[in-house]
Design a binder for this molecule. Structure first.
Ligand code: FAD
Length: 125
């Protein structure tokens, strides 16, 4: 396993990647700028080539082709991420996750302190 060092399994990298991606979506701005929307689309596109499991990357390319990332708002991006994850779940024979519960399961990063600008230290707004 990862704790012992050495190579990580597809499952380990998958859980870490989904934690990263759902947390990223939960932190995504409610009103993203054009640049932030471009960044979200580009990041998903880059994953279809650079995700560190070639077969997974190729599968994800089909997912993104069939359903391009919805990047208009935090809610839209979080739902898109949940549905993309469900498509992968289906391909792997895993149960679907109820996307009505996605904001309860992935609520962003723990980060309570107030930043200089008055917002939370972790806010991207
Ligand atoms: P994971 O699927 O890793 O999920 C982690 C946790 O997320 C779950 O315990 C649950 O609490 C929550 N969750 C589950 N579904 C959702 C959802 N829809 N929305 C929000 N939260 C949810 N593996 C392969 O073998 N072949 C592939 O082609 C492949 N492609 C992948 C593509 C991408 C982009 C990623 C990120 C991963 C891919 N994986 C692939 C890995 C695979 O999706 C799983 O991460 C891995 O099998 C471990 O699964 P798990 O059951 O531990 O839970």
């Amino acid at each position: 396993g990862a704790a012992a060092g050495g190579a990580v399994s597809r499952e380990e990298v998958g859980r870490a990647a989904w934690t990263f991606l759902h947390t990223l979506a939960a932190q995504y701005p409610e009103k993203p700028s054009r640049q932030q929307q471009r960044d979200a689309r580009n990041l998903m596109d880059i994953l279809t080539r650079m995700y560190p499991c070639g077969e997974c990357a190729r599968h994800f390319r089909e997912v993104v082709r069939a359903s391009p990332p919805a990047v208009d708002s935090r809610a839209a991006f979080s739902l898109w991420m949940c549905e993309a994850h469900n498509t992968v779940n289906r391909q792997l024979g895993k149960p679907a996750f109820n996307c009505a519960l996605v904001e309860a399961r992935w609520a962003g990063i723990e980060c309570g302190e107030e930043g200089e600008g008055g917002g939370s230290a972790c806010s991207l707004e």
